[in-house]
Design a protein around this ligand. Structure first.
Ligand code: SF4
Length: 332
């Protein structure tokens, strides 16, 4: 008997997989990458990908499935709407489970498990939402939520005796008490932080994302720019992202497109800034002044700022720094 487990990188999905694995069922983990779990620290290589040590800790085969492009369509117009921020959780789960159903068939697995807990999240984990997700993903009867199974209708794996219902759990609500007990029971020494979740639940990130959607500019390349640095809207169709440290400067230089502008100081320490969109002379000067604001001017009142298209010819302007009030107006 084989089952597919959705592994988010959080504790609940890890525990759900462990419960089923301990019943002697082969569990294959699927981690769906929608591109909103890759936080700044992970993008910059400052922390280990949590998904790797989930794999080590569970000792299961884990596959990462990139569904970022398909998810963008969901994100633009989710059938079931957004949560408190730009998180379309119900549609997101339906998409992941539809993909799981296809993969389940390819791998010869018999059912799918998730770490969902009844009543834990207001949007997607109340009873009606759980039932709707199951129905619309086409997994009716074949979706088992081991952590809350005893509080939910019987599933095919339980009815047919593939899984002993008595071994499943009845966790509900937002308290983590039961999960902590399970951590002790399974002697799990290290586990992911529940708060490390999805960027779509972050209000500041959601605001920047709404700006992309409103401009019909929701692409994976533009989304990466929302994740690092100071994000400034310097005109209706121009954005300037200013690196805050060496890692961010390197990241921005690495993801710049040929049509992007790069701004950096000459002769003094300072950031790299990436300009995307339409830049006329006035905006180039403004971008240079903003870059200058974050330079170490060593008591000087101005600095030379080099600017160029990614692979283009370098030019430079000597500018004084933009003021803090002026920059504040551009922040998103
Ligand atoms: S928080 Fe919601 S939108 Fe984000 S990954 Fe989870 S289900 Fe998907």
């Amino acid at each position: 008997m084989k089952a597919i487990a959705l592994i988010s990188g959080g504790l609940d999905s890890m525990l759900a997989a462990r419960v089923i694995k301990d019943l002697g069922i082969e569990v294959i983990g699927l981690h769906f990458d929608i591109c909103f779990g890759r936080h700044r620290k992970r993008l910059l290589g400052l922390v280990e990908e949590p998904i790797h040590w989930v794999e080590d800790s569970l000792s299961i085969e884990l596959r990462t499935v990139d569904i970022a492009e398909a998810f963008l369509d969901v994100l633009k117009k989710p059938k079931h709407g957004y949560g408190a921020n730009m998180n379309p959780c119900i549609d997101c789960k339906i998409l992941m489970l539809k993909k799981s159903r296809e993969i389940m068939q390819d791998l010869g697995a018999s059912f799918v498990i998730t770490g969902e807990v009844l009543g834990q999240r207001p949007m997607s984990q109340h009873r009606d939402a759980l039932m709707r997700i199951e129905r619309e993903s086409g997994l009716e009867g074949l979706l088992l939520r081991p952590l809350s199974a005893k509080l939910l209708p019987l599933t095919t794996p339980e009815v047919l005796g593939w899984v002993d219902r008595a071994q499943l759990l009845k966790i509900s609500g937002r308290s983590r008490k039961d999960q902590k007990e399970l951590i002790g029971r399974y002697n799990i020494k290290d586990y992911p932080n529940a708060a490390g979740g999805c960027l779509l639940t972050d209000p500041g990130f959601s605001k920047r994302l709404q700006d992309l959607i409103a401009r019909n500019a929701l692409t994976l390349e533009n989304i990466e720019l929302l994740k690092v640095g100071r994000y400034l809207k310097i005109s209706e169709d121009s954005r300037l992202i200013v690196g805050r440290d060496e890692k961010e400067n390197g990241f921005l230089a690495g993801i710049a497109k040929d049509s992007d502008f790069l701004f950096m100081p000459a002769g003094v320490m300072g950031p790299l800034a990436l300009g995307r969109g339409n830049f006329n002379e006035a905006l180039i000067k403004l971008a240079c002044r903003i870059t200058c604001r974050y330079c170490d001017l060593n008591n000087s009142i101005s600095a030379d700022i080099i600017y160029k298209k990614k692979n283009g010819k370098e030019e430079s302007l000597n500018v004084t720094p933009a003021g803090e009030d002026e920059i504040d107006r551009f922040r998103l």
